[in-house]
Design a protein around this ligand. Structure first.
Ligand code: GDP
Ligand code: MG
Length: 416
């Protein structure tokens, strides 16, 4: 995040932490809240771009997959040509627009011999050097659906070696997701409508390819997070905009991918993707965490003097959701949004001064609030912010979602 935003977030996180320490609740409750807050800290203050290592032969669909996940228009993912050694970290989409750190590496089993000198005498040493410079957060192993039975022993052995090398040297277990690509091509080939698994025969053949890959990974003793079949096919018109969209299961892959990333890399990965349902899902997980922090004060009503703590949490949440949506907003705009929804006390003050000032000066009164109420409002506000910033709904729709969210939270939390 840029500096001013990081400062805002730092302020809010620090403030919330101090307030949690002062709450009239048990230490174990405080610890639970602080643990969740630490997660939010890692996801925001420590946010960095995800580092994704693509492993797959030429033509397996690496560039297409990245475009399907992250490109808003056709980007040429500069791949490592077979003449130029193997593996180099690159910025996607470009050096001037650093969204994702990508390692695009060919499979070892590729027959064509490189023509130029390697930096290292041996290609595997070169790969080890590359992953030592920057550790990958995740390996995506790509294989065409129609080639799942091809000879890829060398590629799998290499992946295994690399993983074990990183584990031994850096004590990091890099998760692996196997991506079965170009599943539109499996039998019957004439069936090309999405969803591709609506055709029973095709669904079965896709599933067979997945099961086969899982078996091959198991034989090579490479632990797999998941095997996901996809179609990345999109056509772009002359202006580079989407002309024809046959993507399938890309959202599912993206959700797994974000989940597999360390906390530090999740936020920017969610921001970078253009799959709205994926942004939404990740934002929802943030809302869950933050609502549960505000709900953490429990069912016992506490004095309003502690409300600024809730206000700060809500401001923090709205800023994060707007960030995921790709909008650059500060705490003041977040406060305006909260005020526009008609939430809680000190609204005029919020609008005038922003969350930062408001949390310090909201006057105490005779009001009391329980964690259940605070959690419900926070949850509802989260849904409203997702609708407004990510789905670009209007403020009326957002208000409805605030109400619905409150109700849902109360239903879900009244059982205990
Ligand atoms: N039918 C189909 N073709 C695809 C799909 N993904 C990629 N392709 C095509 O496969 C070829 C190789 O893809 P590319 O992304 O360049 O592979 P890379 O060499 O691994 O980067 C290109 O002609 C793509 O248009 C897919 O899901 N379905
Ligand atoms: Mg490529």
């Amino acid at each position: 995040m840029d500096n001013s935003k990081t400062e805002d977030l730092n302020f809010l996180l620090q403030y919330i932490k101090e307030q949690i320490d002062k709450l009239p609740i048990t230490q174990s409750k405080k610890d639970k809240m602080l643990e969740k807050l630490l997660m939010v800290h890692q996801m925001t203050i420590d946010a960095r771009e995800p580092r994704i290592a693509l492993v797959g032969r030429r033509g397996s669909g690496k560039s297409s997959l990245i475009n399907a996940l992250y490109g808003s228009e056709k980007q040429y993912v500069s791949s490592i040509k077979s003449g130029t050694g193997r593996g180099k970290w690159l910025w996607f989409p470009s050096e001037d627009d650093k969204k994702i750190r990508l390692l695009d590496s060919r499979g070892l089993g590729e027959s064509e011999k490189p023509t130029e000198e390697f930096n290292e005498s041996n290609p595997m040493d070169e790969m080890k050097r590359t992953v030592s410079e920057e550790l990958p957060d995740v390996f995506l192993f790509l294989i065409k659906a129609k080639e799942t039975d091809a000879r890829i022993e060398e590629d799998l052995n290499e992946l295994k070696d690399l993983r074990e090398y990183v584990k031994d040297e850096f004590n990091y277990d890099v998760p692996v997701i196997c991506v079965v690509t170009q599943v539109d091509e499996v039998d019957p080939p004439h069936y090309k409508q999405v969803p591709l698994d609506k055709n029973v025969k095709k669904a079965k053949n896709i599933q067979d390819a997945v099961v086969l890959m899982e078996k091959r990974f198991e034989e090579h003793e490479i632990p797999l997070l998941s095997t996901i079949p996809v179609c990345s096919y999109i056509d772009f018109d002359e202006d580079g905009n989407i002309d024809y969209d046959m993507r399938w299961n890309i959202d599912r892959l993206a959700n797994y991918l974000i989940e597999s990333l360390p906390n530090e890399a999740k936020l920017k990965a969610a921001k970078a993707t253009r799959v709205i349902s994926v942004k939404k899902k990740f934002a929802l997980s943030i809302v869950g965490i933050i609502a549960s922090i505000s709900g953490g004060i429990g069912t016992q009503p506490i004095p309003v003097a502690d409300l600024p703590f809730i206000t700060a949490l809500q401001g923090l949440m709205v800023v994060i959701i707007a960030f995921i949506a790709g909008k650059e907003i500060n705490t003041k705009i977040a406060a305006e949004f909260i005020a526009a929804l008609g939430i809680n006390i000190g609204v005029a003050f919020l609008v005038r001064e922003g969350v930062r000032a408001a949390v310090k000066f909201i006057p105490g009164g005779g009001n009391i609030v329980s964690g259940t109420v605070a959690g419900g409002v926070t949850f509802g506000l989260g849904l409203a912010a997702i609708a407004y910033f990510i789905e670009e709904e209007d403020i009326e729709t957002s208000k409805e979602l605030l109400k619905k969210g409150k109700r849902k939270y109360n239903e879900d939390n009244s059982a205990e």
